[in-house]
Design a protein around this ligand. Structure first.
Ligand SMILES: NC(=O)c1ccc[n+]([C@@H]2O[C@H](COP(=O)([O-])OP(=O)(O)OC[C@H]3O[C@@H](n4cnc5c(N)ncnc54)[C@H](OP(=O)(O)O)[C@@H]3O)[C@@H](O)[C@H]2O)c1
Length: 297
């Protein structure tokens, strides 16, 4: 297929591009040419800004995978240009879209966050991350109808990605797994390769969204035990609050965010590799001399 990827050169996007190339798709990447410009030298590039995507005004695609959409202004520009020139538009969204942070078992159709009164429309802040993704999804639904899918994930783990980077580093180079979350904190995450495969599948199969693209819920203790088992030697978990890189409240007020129902995504073909394989592969990547990027926030 002839696919257009908006982004594709930093974290998750690299896996999407690698998966698409491995599957034999013809690819075009749209980005500013700043992040890792040396990657994928044989792949066609359209250089441009999300805020001025004129270069997208020509060409036709079987599918678009949007990895760099945050602002409603930017997504509305690309949607208007691509509406009649792509068969399907897949949007990388987030589990931050849900109105409730405590309800358990939220499906993809659970209520979403409202747009805060008076919030600025054209500057990105982390406070507006969830509401912005909601607005982008809504705009795309209005533009593409059944020809769009929002794919919602939270922690994305693996090579080139920052999440759980400190755990991987500790396993590879010594030290304890820092985790200030409660031992019984529910947690869901996904391997970046599984997420990339799912984004590609949804696009190629033109499946309408939205989807909760997350793994099964386990406790932090269960997850840490699985990762510890993947590494030789005896490491431990440091539950001290001072170590927190997970940004999870300790009063349970965000527990619902990590007890999402992923059954619709699984039915649509989401494959989830086991924790042991995720940890082992990530460890091998770090032991080969790679360094995890810093978390964005
Ligand atoms: N934990 C997670 O990582 C996580 C969780 C849930 C959802 N998500 C979502 O996943 C998506 C993927 O993020 P990613 O960083 O991994 O994607 P990525 O595709 O690997 O990297 C971002 C890409 O966007 C391009 N870009 C950045 N700013 C741009 C601009 N103003 N105009 C044009 N292109 C621009 C960058 O290239 P240039 O710099 O060269 O332009 C780069 O190719 C995001 O939408 C994020 O919200 C991530």
């Amino acid at each position: 297929m002839n696919l257009l990827v908006l982004g594709g050169t930093k974290n998750l996007g690299r896996h999407v591009v690698e998966a698409a190339l491995a599957a034999g798709h013809e690819l075009t990447l749209f980005n500013r040419g700043r992040t890792n410009p040396e990657l994928f030298p044989g792949v066609r590039r359209l250089i441009g800004e999300r805020a001025a995507p004129d270069v997208l005004a020509a060409g036709e695609w079987d599918g678009v995978i949007d990895l760099s959409g945050f602002l409603i202004r930017d997504v509305s520009l690309s949607a208007a240009l691509l509406r009649d020139r792509c068969a399907h538009y897949t949007f990388m969204s987030s589990i931050a879209v849900y109105a409730s942070k405590t309800a358990r078992g939220m499906t993809d159709s659970a209520p979403l966050l409202p747009w805060p009164d008076g919030a600025p429309e054209d500057e990105f802040t982390m406070d507006l991350y969830g509401p912005s993704k909601v607005r982008c999804e809504s705009l795309l639904n209005a533009t593409f109808g059944e020809r769009t899918a929002a794919v919602r994930s939270g922690f994305v783990v693996g090579p080139y990605n920052p999440d759980f980077g400190n755990w991987g580093w500790a396993l590879a180079h010594g030290g304890s797994l820092e985790c200030a979350a409660r031992p019984e904190q529910p947690i869901q995450y996904i391997d970046a390769r599984d997420l990339a495969d799912f984004l590609l599948r949804v696009t190629v199969e033109r499946s309408p969204g939205p989807y909760n693209a997350v793994g099964p819920t386990r406790t932090m203790t269960e997850l840490a035990d699985a990762w510890l088992a993947a590494a030789p030697g005896s490491r431990t978990v440091d539950w001290s609050p001072a170590t927190d890189r997970f940004h999870l409240p300790h009063d349970g007020s965000n527990d619902g965010t990590f007890q999402l129902d992923n059954s619709r995504a699984v039915a649509a073909g989401l494959r989830l590799r086991p924790d042991a394989e995720i940890a082992r592969d990530y460890l091998a990547w770090l032991q080969a001399g790679n360094i995890p990027p810093d978390p964005p926030h």
